[in-house]
Design a protein. Structure first.
Length: 367
């Protein structure tokens, strides 16, 4: 990247500004795929507004001259309680794709969750990583394929898995349909091509689900989670949980973490915002395993709100893509820097010198 381009990135002060730049550089089809949700996109918009509605009842007269944003996740140190969420097709945003993303995350002292629909292999991403890499997977109709993918991830020194559980069928993503989404020529999905499987690429007009229906199954049940947890020694986190009772069932099935998520508003339109779900799930989990949340997080103050509601860490998806489209690795680095700096500043202004000081009473004070 040129010095001028880097200077332009330094002038961007928010994720929204990065999105505006990304939109100007992406094709209409790519932007619609990355930005869109399902149905009327009500859940997509509520994900964000629900965080913004939470006031912070900050503490005063606390010595915050020395602060630490550091935490750990499943024994992996993180400079900030933040991960890159699993999002597909990074090379559609920038030629360096997931390699640029994982390098930026590593340089920032953070982790990454790699989508199974990535345009770079798990082997190449893990080889370029300096922080933990988790692999997002589906359990579809071909158990043999799932076993192969798990074995590949284990051999590549993956840190664990996030099993997506909120996609028995694909959501109705109208923006994809209107723009005739298809995987662009020249791109592939290498994590889905083991065993000689050929991935169909021409699925214009109906979204990515038409070609990849075999990766999910409407018969998915808790027995499948139990099977995956028995198949690997690596931790399996259950991604897409909306209910406290489902979180408790996931733990009984062997999950070693819960990801509160509604697929970025891309599955059931009308589902609650993740900020609404989080406190109930955190209470049900009761600190037995990590709780991660995604959906609508756009500033460091949202990370703070999530931790106050009981999250161990957050993960962000679209902000990473906007950084990638705006400036490759440097763009992702800048987005992560903005989020981390704002989180640190929020801690100071709220009277929290450490992550452990971020407690629920900062959102709901006693009277």
């Amino acid at each position: 990247m040129s010095a001028d381009a880097s200077a332009d990135l330094s002038a961007l002060l928010s994720v929204d500004e990065f999105e505006a730049v990304a939109k100007s550089r992406l094709t209409e089809m790519a932007y619609a795929y990355f930005a869109g949700g399902s149905g009327s996109e009500l859940t997509l918009s509520r994900n964000r507004s629900a965080w913004e509605a939470l006031s912070i009842w900050y503490r005063v007269m606390v010595d915050v001259s020395s602060r630490s944003t550091a935490t750990t996740l499943l024994d992996h140190p993180l400079r900030v309680p933040l991960l890159a969420a699993p999002t597909a097709l990074h090379k559609m945003a920038h030629p360096d794709g997931e390699i640029a993303t994982v390098r930026a995350c590593g340089n920032a002292g953070l982790g990454m969750v790699l989508s199974s629909l990535a345009t770079t292999s798990i082997e190449d991403v893990c080889a370029a990583a300096t922080g933990p890499v988790f692999l997002q997977i589906y359990i579809g109709q071909d158990r043999g394929f799932v076993r192969e993918l798990v074995a590949r991830a284990e051999k590549a020194n993956c840190a664990g898995f996030q099993l997506t559980v909120d996609a028995p069928v694909w959501g109705m993503r109208e923006r994809e349909m209107r723009t005739g989404f298809r995987v662009p020529d020249g791109l592939s999905l290498p994590n889905l091509e083991s065993g000689g499987r050929q991935i169909p690429r021409d699925h214009s007009g109906v979204g990515i689900g038409n070609a990849l229906g075999w990766t999910i199954s409407p018969s998915l049940s808790w027995k499948d989670l139990e099977w995956l947890c028995e198949t690997t020694a690596l931790p399996v986190l259950c991604k897409g949980v909306c209910r406290a009772d489902d979180a408790a069932t996931a733990l009984r099935a062997g999950a070693r973490g819960i990801v509160v998520s509604n697929h970025g508003g891309r599955q059931l339109d009308g589902a609650p915002a993740t900020a609404e779900v989080l406190p109930r799930v955190a209470a049900a989990v009761a600190h037995r395993v990590p709780v991660i949340v995604d959906g609508g997080i756009r500033r460091g103050v949202d990370i703070f709100r999530a931790l106050a509601l009981g999250a161990t860490a957050v993960q962000v998806g679209r902000p990473i893509l906007w950084g990638l489209a705006a400036g490759g690795e440097a763009g992702v680095t800048r987005v992560l820097e903005l989020l981390a700096t704002d989180f640190d500043r929020t801690m100071a202004l709220a009277g929290c010198p450490t992550v452990s000081a971020i407690t629920r009473d900062l959102l709901e004070p006693s009277r």
